[in-house]
Design a protein around this ligand. Structure first.
Ligand SMILES: C[S@@+](CC[C@H](N)C(=O)[O-])C[C@H]1O[C@@H](n2cnc3c(N)ncnc32)[C@H](O)[C@@H]1O
Length: 335
């Protein structure tokens, strides 16, 4: 038996066990735990899925947090909730053993998918509108040339065999790196973005790059298919960035690398409304934690802050480079 979130077997004090079981032994709270077992959610997600008022959902979440089963992560005006360390501790076997096909869990699951689909549709519409002018809309952060120079510097001169750019958009990162790679692939869910990428890459003489439509949460490629995986300015649009990074890490070949580039935490709340941002940036340790959980070690984290005069309206960009553990082996052994 273990305390919430801990994988170490330690005896559980009686009062703690009673508190945890009481917290979980209520219909809505058990449904919330089952939903969170599949990934973090905001209060408004839970309100939509469970069809209950926000104060009620907040009250249930508060009890689950107090029992140490759920943790809250505040981000601007929103709060996201997840199981502590991805597990429900003492009640983990119960949650894991629930029949997801039985009501009301089956309805919750269907509703969750419907809520996700609605959001994805809204995002698709946004990216379809944005595609033709995306390359002109990068003024939010430090100049693109600074970011690109940092990407090249962090990656160094190591050869690239098989590159994938997840959420490639207009193909900017492919334009930067594809001619250094033996093979290059771009994946994006937006048909409109891919059309712009295709035109850009053709213009740059990179027409051999393979562009595919697909979801970053379920990329249609086998484990270990790529020695360099990029996720550049995509995470903050996603419903489930942790899952996307798990999937990205799954694609990394032994000894391969995963480079994530995104915003550092910021307070520009309006970006949720005007730019379809779902997350207001990421703390260094949050992404590092996701990479480590996915079996990669983080070798580099670098912040690109705007100059002080621009700091009020420009955002800091962070780069995280994760490496598959085989990287630590001598070159001979990797080959
Ligand atoms: C801000 S753009 C960044 C594009 C590119 N990486 C860059 O830095 O120029 C975000 C891209 O992520 C794509 N995207 C959003 N959600 C996605 C998903 N679930 N699966 C795949 N691509 C997604 C969008 O279509 C869009 O092209």
């Amino acid at each position: 038996m273990s305390i919430a979130g801990s994988s170490v077997s330690v005896p559980v004090p009686f009062a703690h066990a009673l508190g945890v079981l009481r917290a979980a032994a209520e219909e809505t709270r058990l449904r919330i735990l089952a939903l969170l077992a599949e990934g973090e959610l905001s209060v408004s997600d839970l309100t939509d899925i469970l069809g209950q008022s926000q104060p009620r959902i907040s009250r249930h979440l508060k009890l689950l947090v107090e029992a140490g089963l759920v943790e809250r992560h505040r981000e601007g005006a929103w709060a996201f909730f997840r199981l502590v360390d991805g597990r429900a501790g003492l009640v983990d076997p119960l949650i894991g053993g629930l029949d997801a096909g039985s009501p009301p869990l089956s309805e919750d699951r269907a509703r969750r998918e419907a809520v996700r689909a609605q959001r994805a549709e809204a995002a698709q519409a946004f990216f379809a509108r944005l595609a033709p002018k995306w390359d002109h809309l990068r003024s939010l952060h430090v100049p693109e040339a600074t970011v690109e120079a940092a990407v090249l510097d962090v990656l160094g001169s190591r050869p690239i065999h098989n590159l994938i750019d997840l959420g490639t958009g207009t193909g900017r990162m492919l334009g930067l790196l594809a001619d250094r790679a033996t093979r290059a692939t771009g994946l994006d869910s937006s048909h409109a973005m891919l059309s712009v990428a295709r035109a850009n890459l053709e213009r740059a003489g990179l027409s051999r790059v393979d562009l595919r439509q697909g979801d970053i949460h379920a990329p249609p490629f086998g484990r270990g298919s790529f020695d360099l995986v990029l996720v550049h300015q995509v995470l903050h649009y996603l419903d489930d960035p942790a899952r996307a990074l798990r999937e990205a890490a799954r694609l990394v070949a032994p000894g391969g690398r995963l480079l994530v580039v995104d915003f550092a935490p910021h307070g520009l709340e309006f970006l949720r409304e005007t730019q379809a941002h779902r997350r207001l940036g990421f703390a260094p340790e949050q992404v590092t934690g996701w990479l480590n959980d996915a079996g990669l070690s983080t070798v580099t984290t670098r912040d690109l802050a705007p100059p002080p005069a621009e700091a009020a309206h420009q955002l800091t960009v962070t780069l995280w480079l994760g490496v598959d553990a085989a990287e630590a082996m001598p070159e001979r052994a990797v080959a």
